[in-house]
Write a protein that binds this ligand. Structure first.
Ligand SMILES: [Zn+2]
Ligand SMILES: [Zn+2]
Length: 351
């Protein structure tokens, strides 16, 4: 594996200064402390979470903050006590890891561990990034040589998808409706395909995204802006409606739609988080007498990261096709303008 020893004292790091304003700053090259690893970034991917933060800030990040949380690279330097990685190793990691000791971790709900969110590693859009000891110990993996860095960087979003699907438990005979044709909707679709689910319908907006959904293997694509979209969804399962609806827009209207569209006895996964201070009102008759199951999985657990890692290594998902653009780090501001326009699904940002 080829890697460059960091010779410069200064490196570039993208910072979200405030909503709508990205800066590439020069910062001092960090050196890893005990248990830490310095990663030379080979690829960082844009994410819907980043776009949301770019538009309106993020409830859990204090700005200005280093930006980018989906990354893969090569170990440039290791700190004392690091035993599982050596300089030159290709590494892929989730940006978070739970403490393993708190109330939630003790109940197997590591996705709710405070540490997982508070100590999230941000700063993937950079030349180098320090990987904290908590992640090195629990959620970092050796990237196989045959797996491109672009695909390895999908570990975090795929772990979220794996976690959600484990909660929803899709069955082979089921018809699944995905609302939202962005990268997360498409990752869900590709994962359901590998599980062998009978029918996957993607409902969304935007000609470019819908075309991609079809090309990547959706059985049916429904443009929600077109007249008749509602009837087309209602016809799923011979008129019973979808067994499982996965909501990936993070908009209250999408959540309401998911609740309204699922079949009697079906499950809804509210996957996309909505803006702060929004509420969902549900019809109690429908909820109870139609026997609905509502799930709202958030984040992931180490076992989901492990499963996502295995799926990526097996290379059966074809997830690499979701990365449809590549730009140098210096053009990051333009990348976010493209994302805003919906002109790209997921962009690989290369230092
Ligand atoms: Zn992400
Ligand atoms: Zn914990």
């Amino acid at each position: 594996m080829i890697y460059q020893q960091p010779a410069r004292a200064l490196i570039r790091q993208a910072v979200l200064a405030e909503p709508g304003r990205l800066e590439i700053r020069e910062v001092t090259l960090p050196h890893p402390g005990p248990g830490e690893v310095l990663l030379q970034i080979k690829c960082a991917l844009t994410c819907g979470t980043d776009l949301k933060a770019y538009r309106r800030g993020h409830p859990l990040w204090r700005l200005p903050a280093p930006f980018g949380h989906e990354f893969a690279g090569v170990v440039a330097e290791i700190g004392p006590e690091v035993e599982n990685f050596r300089p030159g190793d290709a590494l892929m990691a989730a940006p978070t890891a739970p403490c393993g000791e708190c109330f939630y971790c003790g109940r197997g709900q590591e996705n709710l561990c405070a540490q997982a969110i508070e100590k999230m590693i941000l700063g993937g859009y950079a030349d180098y990034l320090l990987i904290g000891s908590h992640v090195v110990a629990r959620n970092a993996f050796h990237k196989p040589a045959g797996l491109p860095f672009e695909e390895a960087a999908l570990l975090e979003p795929l772990a979220c998808v794996v976690h959600a699907q484990e909660r929803a438990r899709p069955e082979k005979f089921e018809s699944v409706l995905i609302i939202g044709a962005g990268p997360f909707g498409l990752l869900h679709m590709l994962t359901l395909r590998v599980l062998g689910v009978r029918e996957v319908v993607v409902a969304g907006r935007g000609a470019y995204r819908l075309e991609w959904a079809g090309r990547l293997g959706a059985d049916r694509v429904i443009d929600v802006c077109e007249i008749g979209a509602g009837e087309a969804i209602a016809r799923i399962n011979g008129g019973f409606g979808p067994d499982l609806v996965i909501e990936c827009t993070g908009q209250v209207a999408g959540w309401e739609n998911a609740f309204a569209r699922v079949r009697r006895g079906g499950r809804v996964v509210f996957f996309g988080g909505c803006p702060l201070n929004t509420t969902l009102t549900v019809d109690t008759r429908r909820m109870h007498y139609d026997n609905l199951t509502l799930l709202a999985p958030f984040h992931f657990r180490p076992r989901d990261v492990r499963r996502a890692f295995e799926l990526l290594c097996a290379r059966k998902l074809g997830v690499g096709r979701i990365v449809d653009a590549r730009r140098p780090l210096s053009e990051l501001a333009e990348v976010f303008t493209m994302l805003e326009r919906g002109a790209v699904l997921k962009c690989a940002v290369i230092p």
